[in-house]
Design a protein around this ligand. Structure first.
Ligand code: DOR
Ligand code: ZN
Ligand code: ZN
Length: 451
């Protein structure tokens, strides 16, 4: 019996480096990686013309919206953006309408995504009010919990240490990571009042509110809680040198801590806000050149665990609100992440093994996504083919995301995802999404037995 698909004339990523080989796919999984003469017969053969095959990206941080926020993004447009960007699995954030915060709301999102997604989707849940519900949420298949310290989203008051500790304990027992948006609510609220009373209303005032101090306070507080209990804490989008220092110190103390950074925090400084204005507002916001340097240096030393897009789509009207205090924070990132990172590889600032570790291997490990995040026999065939030499400009007007704006608009990039495969099926070809809605699978946590 022939296998479904064989690539030939490819360079395949392996932990030992790129090898010239072929790759056979059968029933959605990688069947064999070998020299071409050793590959089985296939129903379809594809000549990859010497291009590189990498594991598809696993984006640990995407706001795919839909439901009552479908005017910003829905599971089709968001996962089409992912496919276009070489992302084969996106983990969806819970700050939706309704908020994902119990088994019922999670089930509803899964049901909707199942019919629309063109890449795989896993889900975060916010914490429920009643911690009993956590067991059901994990049983339903959430891969992690998400806590916003900047505002109350879900059932827990983010300033209540004891409530948080109880929830973290419960997550620890179930071996489910807790991802945290680390900006301190009280710090934000006090500064915001101060600014508004002084009649300040511009991006500088916004940056004053969303200070590094708001980030460090929140991270510090979480580390203190982590010392009291055993759970896995994952810091989302670490943006400042000072914040990162606390995260790294916690790691050195032996706490179970991981962290992610975003391409925008690595590549754009707050000076950009002068040019892009409110379009480039996101939380946490862009920081200084010194912060950027420190993020890169930690990245090179291997102290950062993952890269994440923090794809956070809004409408242009929401981004251009009259008052800065009404502007919705966030930018789309699924379509720009990989081209931006490949450009950095071409510039010699990142290696392919670093890229794969940060965008596939580590996210799979952090969120316990079995059989994904690597290219090995038996792994799911979630792959991206990249042309390292292709140069082009980012054009946000052509995004699959409904959010057709980007601070990277017009940037020249070198390195392009040219084919994306999800569960062995071609979903993007030469920038065009060719999959039917529903090809993407819902990835549920396959956990230890539930108590
Ligand atoms: O910039 C952001 N956008 N930060 C968040 O914490 C939320 C996100 C969103 O959902 O738009
Ligand atoms: Zn966040
Ligand atoms: Zn986010």
């Amino acid at each position: 019996m022939p296998v479904d698909l064989v690539f030939h004339n490819a360079k395949i990523y392996t932990p030992e480096g790129l090898v010239e080989a072929g790759l056979a796919i059968d029933e959605g999984r990688i069947f064999k990686i070998a020299k071409e003469t050793n590959l089985p017969q296939a129903s379809t053969k594809m000549d990859l013309k010497g291009h590189i095959v990498l594991p598809g990206l696993i984006d640990p941080h995407a706001h795919l919206r839909d439901q009552q926020l479908a005017y910003k993004e829905d599971f089709f447009s968001g996962t089409a953006a992912a496919a276009a960007g070489g992302v084969t699995l996106a983990i969806d954030m819970p700050n939706n309408k309704p908020v994902t915060m119990d088994a019922q709301s999670l089930r509803e999102r899964m049901k909707l995504a199942e019919t629309k997604a063109v890449v795989n989707v896993a889900f975060y849940s916010a914490f429920p009010e009643n911690l009993e519900e956590m067991r059901k949420i994990v049983k339903e298949g959430a891969v992690a919990f998400k806590l916003f310290l900047s505002q109350k989203i879900g059932g827990l008051d983010p300033v209540d240490d004891e409530a948080l500790l109880r929830a973290f304990n419960e997550a620890g027992i179930r071996r489910v990571p807790v991802a945290v948006h680390a900006e301190d609510k009280e710090t934000l609220e006090n500064k915001r009042k101060e600014m508004q009373q002084a009649g300040r209303d511009n991006v500088e005032a916004y940056l004053t509110v969303h200070s590094t101090n708001a980030e460090t306070r929140a991270i510090q507080r979480m580390v203190q809680l982590a010392e009291k209990s055993h759970f896995h804490i994952h810091f989302c989008h670490v943006s400042s040198a000072a914040g990162l220092d606390i995260v790294l110190a916690a790691k050195r103390m032996g706490l179970t801590v991981t962290c992610e950074v975003t391409p925008h925090h690595l590549l754009l400084s707050s000076k950009r806000l002068k040019r892009h204005g409110t379009m480039a507002i996101m939380n946490p916001p862009l920081r200084t050149e010194e912060d950027i340097k420190e993020l890169w240096s930690a990245l090179k030393q291997g102290s950062i665990d993952a890269l994440a897009s923090d794809h956070a789509p809004h409408t242009i009207e929401e981004k251009e609100a009259k008052s800065v205090w009404d502007v919705k924070p966030g930018i789309p990132g699924l379509e720009t992440m990989l081209p931006l990172l490949l450009t950095q590889v071409n510039k010699g600032r990142l290696t392919i093994p670093d890229l794969v570790r940060l965008t596939s291997e580590n996210p799979a490990e952090i969120f316990h996504l079995k059989g994904r995040g690597g290219l090995g026999e038996g792994y799911y065939a979630d792959l991206v083919v990249v042309d390292m030499r292709r140069e082009y400009r980012i054009e946000s007007s052509r995004f699959y995301s409904k959010a057709k704006y980007s601070p990277f608009d017009g940037w020249k990039v070198k390195g392009k995802p040219i084919k994306t495969f999800v569960n062995g099926q071609l979903v993007m070809d030469e920038g065009e999404v060719v999959a039917k809605p529903g090809v993407g699978k819902i990835i549920r946590r396959e956990g230890e037995p539930q108590k």
